[in-house]
Structures are given as C-alpha cells and as structure tokens.
Design a binder for this molecule. Structure first.
Ligand code: S3P
Length: 429
C-alpha cells in the first residue's frame, strides 16, 4: 500500500510530453518476438509491471530477452523451442498476459500452472477457456476453469469457427494465437470491432491472416519471422493528460508520438463531441500502426452520449471520461459498457464511489454511468480499488478540487505507467 496526498494544485498544464509505449502493443511484441524465428528488437517498450509479466513468462520457457530501459532484444527460436517451465507462471495483475498466454499454453506439448494477484484471481477466464476447450485444450481450475489458478495440459488443438460472445480483444487474440498453431483454419467473428493490434502485428511477423470486416481467419501450423517493432505512445495513458488539460483552466499541451489506431481513438472523438479544443497532427504509420501528435487546450465542455460500437474504442478511458463529464455542462450517458464490471476492479462501482466522494453527481447503471455536470469537486479520502486507472483518474481530479485528495494506494499505477507522477509534474506549470 502506498498512500498519496495530493494538495489542490490549480495550476495549468503546459508543454510537451512523450507518453510511454502502448501496453497492448508491448505485450504483443514480446509474444510474437518469442514465438518467431530470429532476433526481434522492440523500441519504446512499456517498462511497466504488466508487460514485464509477459517478459518473465517467456524467460521461464527458455527465451533469451535482454532489456535495456525501453529497448528489448528477443532471441526467437520458434515456438517448438519453448521449454516446460518448472515453476508456476505468474500473471500478476495483467489480464492481457493471462488471456493471450492461455491461447499459447493450451497448444504447447507440456504442463503448466498459472496464477495471478488478488484482482486477476477474481476475473473471468472462461471467456478464453471455453473456446480453447472447444479446440481440444485441457484446462482445469476453480469453477470449471473460470478462475485462476489454472492447470494446463497442453495438447494439439484443432481450428474453430468462433463467434465472440463478448466484446474483447483479449479473447479474440487468445483464439487467434491458439489457431496459429492448430490443425486447420481458425475464424473469429466479432460483434463490435475491438483493438486490432494482434492482427496488425501478425501481418508484420509474416503470418497468413485474412481480415474481412469483423471476421478474421488464420491458417494453422504457421511459423513467424522476427521483426523490429516500434511501440507508439499509449493513448490510454495519454488520455489522463488530455483530460487534465481539457479541464484545468489555462492549460495547453502537446503529446508526442501517440498511437492513433482507429480501434483506440474513441477518446479523441468523445473530446471533440464534448467541445474540447483538440487537434491531431503529423499522423503517419510505422509497422502498420498509426501515430501522431495531439494538441489540446482547456475549453468549456458539454455532455454527450457514448454507446455501441464506440465503447470498445475507449473502454479503458471510461474512468477518466467520467471525470471529464463532471466538468461538462449537461448530462453524459455511457451505456453498453458492461465489460467495465470485469476489469481490474468493477469500474462502474469504483468510478461512481470515487467521483461521488469528490462531490460529483454520478449514477451507476448496469452497463454504464450517468454523469450530471457541471459540478465543483471537493477534496476527500478515496480508494484506488487497487486499479491503476482509478488511481490516475483520482490524481487528475485533484488538479481541480478545492481541497486535498488522499488516495489510499497508488502502487497499482506501476502496472501501466510507472512514471505517471513525474510526467504529471513535468506538465504542471
Ligand atoms: C486489451 C484489451 C482490453 C483492454 C485491456 C487490454 C488488450 O481488454 O481493456 O486493457 O491488450 O487486448 P478486453 O479485451 O478484455 O476488453
């Protein structure tokens, strides 16, 4: 536990910043680099706890991964060269590590046991265990394999045609990763388009993959070739500063080299819909991913409705969007976001509790939030619910409260943004 007391700053954010590498892309760079043949280098890798779980797991299966700051060198010898780990594999707090690794471990010719921290141990795994078992996997655990720890008896898998019952890139990726080494073809059909970094990076590593709208097909028994990966800045981390600059009087900042993949830029569309003064510039592509700079300055905001296909494009940004909504005139409605209930914590509950304690007018619904603005915020003691994004949202809120915000535990911030407070300080003038 690491308590933080944030006194009301009430100073503008100004200047430039490069946010750390994208979490989703960093995980995938390690996974594909370790499975491929040849040396993969990764630059601007996210040096956070979650991504290090993925690194440690491949090291435990015999892959050489050198790390110097945000540079990785992964010596891939192909999937066949992975060796049976002699100890249980630890996923920590990382849902992405858990779901994607299950897709790989299920088809490897050895036995593994896997576990996670208290939060991950409460999160559903049947969303990946079910399709993997349909492909022939043997996975056991509590409540029919729904909760960690799990035991996996690897076996040869068969391709599958799978309609995703949940809007989840992690589930889509787990099935595609299993399909890559299964017998026959695997097709995944999405109901809403979710982040597509797995598909994009598979293409860069030379995989045979077909994408037709929401239907993705991979051939089985493939081999991947090493590739050099540059990880764009994480728009989900940038979102905290975008929101801060949008609501703190007199702010004007520029965030550099931020990932702008269409499946992730819902936050920019929402900021625009709320009337924020936001401009995206110097957009270009690297390794199949779009990136560019984002300028934003404080301006009056209005409420908006966020629903349907937009939700997966900003699922991780909803806590900070809820804070924005408290400073917007009118009502903001967020619906179709039932996935928030099974994140690092129940984020519908956590956001409602934290913002209400700070004086906001927020209602929780089954699948989202209703925020009535604009309300002044006051200082108070709040919990982070052991969730990095709740801790960072409460920290940004403290920039506009009229008293001290005390957060019970900010240690989870290290999972996705170890230098968050240093970078926030850098921008506050
Ligand atoms: C992620 C997908 C999302 C997101 C998570 C990272 C990924 O989860 O919330 O932070 O890297 O695939 P779901 O796929 O469960 O929605």
């Amino acid at each position: 536990m690491k308590e933080l007391k944030l006194s009301a700053v009430n100073a503008p954010l100004q200047g430039e910043l490069e946010v750390p590498g994208d979490k989703s892309i960093s995980h995938r760079s390690v996974i594909f680099g370790a499975l491929a043949h040849g040396v993969t280098t990764v630059s601007h890798f996210l040096d956070g706890e979650d991504c290090m779980r993925t690194v440690d797991i491949f090291r435990a299966m015999g892959v050489s991964i050198d790390k110097e700051g945000s540079q990785l060198k992964i010596v891939g010898k192909g999937r066949q060269a992975l060796t049976e780990p002699t100890a249980p594999l630890y996923f920590g707090n990382s849902g992405t590590t858990a779901r994607l690794m299950l897709g790989i471990l299920a088809g490897l010719p050895f036995f593994t046991t896997v576990y996670g921290d208290a939060s991950l141990t409460k999160r559903p795994m049947n969303r990946v265990v079910d399709p993997l078992c349909q492909m022939g996997a043997h996975i056991d655990g509590r409540k029919d394999g729904n909760y960690l720890p799990l035991a996996i008896n690897g076996d040869t898998l068969s391709g599958i045609h799978y309609h995703l019952p949940v809007k989840s890139a992690q589930v889509k990726s787990a099935v595609l990763l299993a399909g890559l080494y299964a017998n026959g073809e695997t097709t995944v059909v999405e109901t809403s388009l979710t982040r597509n970094h797995t598909e994009t990076m598979l293409q860069a590593f030379g995989a045979d993959i077909e994408i037709e709208g929401k239907e993705i097909t991979v051939k089985g028994n493939q081999t991947l070739s090493a590739n050099d990966v540059y990880v764009p800045g994480d728009i989900s981390s940038a979102a905290f500063f975008l929101a801060a600059a949008a609501i703190v009087q007199g702010s004007s900042i520029r965030l550099l080299h931020v990932g702008l993949n269409e499946t992730r830029t819902g936050i920019i569309d929402v900021l625009k819909a709320m009337g924020a003064n936001v401009i995206v510039e110097e957009v270009h592509s690297k390794g199949g991913e779009l990136l560019g700079n984002i300028r934003i300055a404080q301006s009056p905001l209005i409420g908006t409705t966020i629903e349907g296909e937009m939700i997966p494009r900003l699922i991780d940004e909803i806590p900070i969007i809820a804070l924005l909504a408290t400073q917007a005139v009118g009502t903001t409605v967020i619906k179709d976001a039932e996935e928030l209930r099974v994140k690092e914590t129940d984020r519908i509950l956590a956001v409602t509790e934290v913002l209400t304690r700070l004086g906001a007018d927020v209602e929780a619904t089954d699948d989202g939030l209703i925020v009535h603005g604009k309300t002044p915020l006051t200082g108070n003691e709040v919990a982070s619910y052991h969730d990095h994004r709740i801790a960072m949202m409460a920290s940004v809120a403290s920039l506009i409260t009229n008293g001290e915000v005390i957060i019970d535990d900010i240690s989870p911030v290290a999972t996705s943004y170890p230098n968050f407070y240093k970078d926030l300080d850098h921008l506050i003038k």
